[in-house]
Design a protein around this ligand. Sequence first.
Ligand code: AMP
Length: 424
Amino acid sequence: MQTIDKFNFAGKKAIVRVDFNVPLDENGKITDDTRIRGALPTLKKILADGGSLIIMSHMGKPKGKVNAKFSLSQIVDAVSAALGVKVAFAPDCAKAADAAKALKPGEALLLENLRFYGEEEGKPVGIDKEDPAYEAAKKEMKSKQKDFAKTLASYADCYVNDAFGTAHRKHASTAVIADYFDANNKMLGYLMEKEVKAVDNVLNNIKRPFVAIMGGSKVSTKIGIIENLMTKVDKLVLCGGMTYTFAKANGGTVGASICEEDKLDLALNIQELAKKNNVELVLGTDSVVTNAFNFDSMSLKPGADVKVCPSGAIPEGYEGLDAGPKSQEKFANAIKGAKTILWNGPAGVFECDDFTAGSKAIANAIAAATKEGAFSLIGGGDSVACINKFGLADQVSYISTGGGALLEAIEGKILPGIAAIKGE
Ligand code: AMP
């Protein structure tokens, strides 16, 4: 497989798929440039070699229609400043052949939002899924998607994919385009390489003991990951809202706590699966509960009663919103001594300061284990927000930039964006 380090971009035009889907305020100003910074090592290497850059990305969900709100023209200056070169802008990504041709070594061009074309995602535009004509329109769009990818490919000599956040999508720019380059002229960018390596560390290249911590709201959305991890981990900590589905399945009462009544059997199956695979399942025993929480404002209502009680004996009208002190200690002890750690999903409603303690105990234990030499991977949306909220981002080994992509990778699924480069 070709690698970005080996490849010499001198005199070459490189088309690079990045994830510049950055958040903007109402004036079109970038509020968090993490994603731009994440792609810089790849973009800078290409320019430093003497190559020219054609940068492409999506922004938001314009659903196949031009929409100024999602125009990448808003970020050209920021990309120029980050790269240290004046970046040109192509206002139509499918009509950028001349602008690409004019690029000299060391120059860069940013294409307009790929998703202004329905071809990017390969989904029919303006036709309902229920419409009888939908299937035919979808087929036609798949063929148009290939033409679109071919047009993008025609701008360049080589293709680099550095957009991990969209690697689980088989889009024109993330996967289909790779068909138009031979194996020597397509490769993963540095950010992608880091993500792939981090996933490999928790799925294949495991140092033991391996402890995974899965939290969040529901067991149903995490079941694919839990099943895949069952054959790999030594300990599995299950926390957050799913605690109550387990508590109820084991005969407890959970009051008004979030509980998936139709997943009680699933919870029991997971317990069985853990036994069969010799995995130590770590469940919380106590919870911080309240009788008055407002999920819209993520705050306690005035006069709310907050107390600690057993997770399987929660009074009527009360809901468990965080791990209690005994559970926190149990989780921290389970993490202590781990050599590989994966964390996805908070242990409570961490958005509210009254219910952060469980997630904080986990984050602190991960930071401590990392200091002792563990490899720790944090990923998938809210656990990243937790680590940042607690100021511990620099005390873990790797924070993934991919939400859905990371979760699918950990489920053991092959990501189309990576498979297209590897030729799988
Ligand atoms: P997920 O997207 O499944 O990882 O879930 C993240 C969300 O789970 C966060 O917004 C948390 O507020 C929420 N969460 C964590 N613990 C609980 C709980 N005990 N009850 C309700 N929601 C929870």
